[in-house]
Design a protein around this ligand. Structure first.
Ligand code: GA4
Length: 334
């Protein structure tokens, strides 16, 4: 019975052909936050890949593990219980459907706003309905993510040689910051082994760039994350549950006038029989913040690649788009 319904569900989802080689990409830049050269390494990684791995980050493993356990408890509940936290609007529990424009994936998730009292009353309600242990673990983890995120943003500003080192971090630190937090559960699916044998893989989360400033991802030790390299090929990122993967979002690409790359990424299933759990903090600015290339990174007006939009304007357009759409074109000068 379960197999039949899983097969039916799979048929609804997008299956892609991938190359047979499942080798892991060995070139992921690694940044030790205690290294005095960290800012230079971050700069290089953001220009070349739009992603890097952070080690020596000071976030206790217990904090990540604790939240992962609470997250698993949530996803192990029956469908009826989980649906009480849905549908996502965009915050809340969702399953298979991503956004409201027809994207689907082999994933269930919880999406929360990290400043619900300012940004989203629904998200606030959700926080309050969350069991105390889960809520406590979320609050501690999100606090640590915000701190690390701001530290990294300050290293980026220093690396770029921008006057104020808090030029990016102040947007995320602002009490009206529209940052959000997502936990994704990609259930293991026995059917996938059959698919994988025929060189077909199932989309867990389709290709997209993150619209915010910066994203910090931590997953369990299960593969699946891929990034698109500058030559257009997809590279599988080796998982590491003790580290964080940080990627450049669209707003950071705009503010750096294209020097940093908002990296296209996706999650594909079929490489592992274990279920994958990821937790992602998306650092964003307040809704009213005007985003455009920083004047210090543009020497002449005509060299500016992008026009100015508020995060609210961009976000509204983002939520009307499909995952794979090129949303940055909205910022491009006509
Ligand atoms: C991608 C990054 C974040 O996960 C997210 C996603 C959002 C959602 O799940 O509701 C979007 C997607 C993301 C971009 C395009 C739109 C909106 C789904 C979708 C199809 C929370 C975000 O901010 O943008």
């Amino acid at each position: 019975m379960v197999v039949v319904s899983q097969r039916a569900a799979l048929n609804e989802l997008v299956v892609i052909k991938t190359c047979k080689c499942s080798s892991m990409f060995t070139g992921v830049p690694e940044v030790d936050l205690a290294n005095p050269e960290a800012k230079t390494l971050i700069l290089k990684a953001c220009q070349e890949f739009g992603l890097f791995k952070v080690v020596n980050h000071d976030v206790p493993f217990e904090l990540m593990n604790n939240l992962e356990n609470e997250v698993m408890k949530f996803f192990k509940q029956g469908q009826f219980e989980k649906d009480k936290a849905g549908p996502p609007d965009p915050y809340g529990y969702g399953s298979k459907r991503i956004g409201t424009n027809g994207d689907v994936g082999w994933v269930e998730y919880l999406l929360l706003n990290t400043n619900p009292d300012v940004i989203s009353p629904n998200s606030l309600l959700l926080f309050h309905q969350t069991p105390p242990n889960f809520r406590g673990a979320l609050e501690h983890y999100i606090f640590a993510m915000k701190k690390m995120c701001c530290e990294v943003l300050e290293l980026m500003a220093e690396g770029l040689g921008i006057g104020g080192r808090n030029v990016f971090s102040k947007m995320v630190r602002d009490e009206r910051s529209d940052s959000c937090f997502r936990v994704n559960h990609y259930p293991a699916c026995p059917e996938l082994q059959v698919q994988a044998l025929s060189g077909r893989n199932l989309i867990g989360f389709g290709e997209h760039t993150d619209p915010q400033i910066i994203s910090v991802l931590r997953s369990n030790n299960t593969s699946g994350l891929q990034i698109c390299l500058q030559d257009g090929t997809w590279a599988s990122i080796p998982p590491d549950h003790t580290s964080f993967f940080i990627n450049v979002g669209d707003l950071l690409q705009v503010m750096t006038n294209g020097r940093f790359k908002s990296v296209k990424h996706r999650v594909i299933m079929g490489e592992s029989t274990m279920s994958r759990v990821s937790m992602i903090y998306f650092g964003g600015p307040p809704l009213n913040e005007k985003i455009g290339p920083l004047p210090s990174l543009v020497s002449k007006e005509e060299e500016s690649l992008y026009k100015e939009l508020t995060w609210r304007e961009y976000k509204n357009a983002v939520y009307k788009s499909r995952l794979a759409d090129n949303r940055l074109s909205l910022f491009e000068k006509s």
